[in-house]
Design a protein around this ligand. Sequence first.
Ligand SMILES: Nc1ncnc2c1ncn2[C@@H]1O[C@H](COP(=O)(O)OP(=O)(O)OP(=O)(O)O)[C@@H](O)[C@H]1O
Length: 307
Amino acid sequence: MNSSTPAVHIDGIVKRFGAVTAVDGLSLDIQAGEVVAFLGPNGAGKTTTVDMVLGLSRPTEGTIEVFGGDPRAAVALGRVAAVMQSGGLVKDFTIRETVELTASLFRPSRPVDEVLERAGILDIADRLVGKASGGQQQRLRFALALTSDPDLLILDEPTTGMDVQGRRDFWAAIRSDAERGRTTVFATHYLDEADAYADRIVLVRHGKVVADGTASEIKALASGRTVRATVEHVDTEALRTVQGVESIDVRGDSVLVTCSDSDAVARHLLNHTAARDLEIASRNLEEAFLALTADDVPAPLTQGASA
Ligand SMILES: Nc1ncnc2c1ncn2[C@@H]1O[C@H](COP(=O)(O)OP(=O)(O)OP(=O)(O)O)[C@@H](O)[C@H]1O
């Protein structure tokens, strides 16, 4: 591998399970040191893709390379590790014994205490796994993934069950390792985590990449604003004729308008109705996510930010 070889190279992969096409022509290159969030609605094909990157299954069509070779070879060399959502822990072992056992599988491995410290569980290392809380068990899975000092870390919903401090510590550890060149790919349903900690967001829908870029590029793709106001008995027919109005949602005496021209909507509301308390907001990542992954989304919206 030379310095230009991507950590992960995915070219036109398709994965079918009988009549179900879980991944449908997905292509993606991830460079060494990138922290990439993999987002998409339930059933989009994220786990199926991650399984193929980990060499747990093979694509029906297309190519996947990890560090320029077969994913299984990279896994066998300890260059790839994963933190999955559940399973894999023995309740009757202590936290330290669990990490020691995993470390014994790798030569060389990182010192056990260093890994426990990194995952924030050194102080509870002698506790039985069965007595550890859900968040502490999730930290233990993180510690296990660090023992081989992998070049590529794959995380599926890594912070599920962690408290606010746990999530902060976790992401601080991920970021500082990324600065030293570790590539990290994580699937999450916490959009704020993707927004705050990923260099790049890959949005997947129906087994395809529908948007790929920084958080701000993804938000810009789903351009549009919302105008909210307090107004009694608003004439929605008149409002609908205002330039750029996409949707109108009336709840009691509050109206929410999604539109591409918020100035025109604000002007209409202020000049032609008794609207007050006007608020204009850009879409946040959650709204962009919903707009870009909705089933009726028009094709042009899903092309843009591809890197
Ligand atoms: N072994 C399998 N046999 C049949 N269908 C499968 C199998 N594995 C996955 N699928 C289907 O493939 C599609 C993609 O599933 P996948 O688990 O990859 O989605 P996901 O994006 O990870 O979803 P989630 O956010 O819910 O975890 C789904 O429709 C799922 O039902």
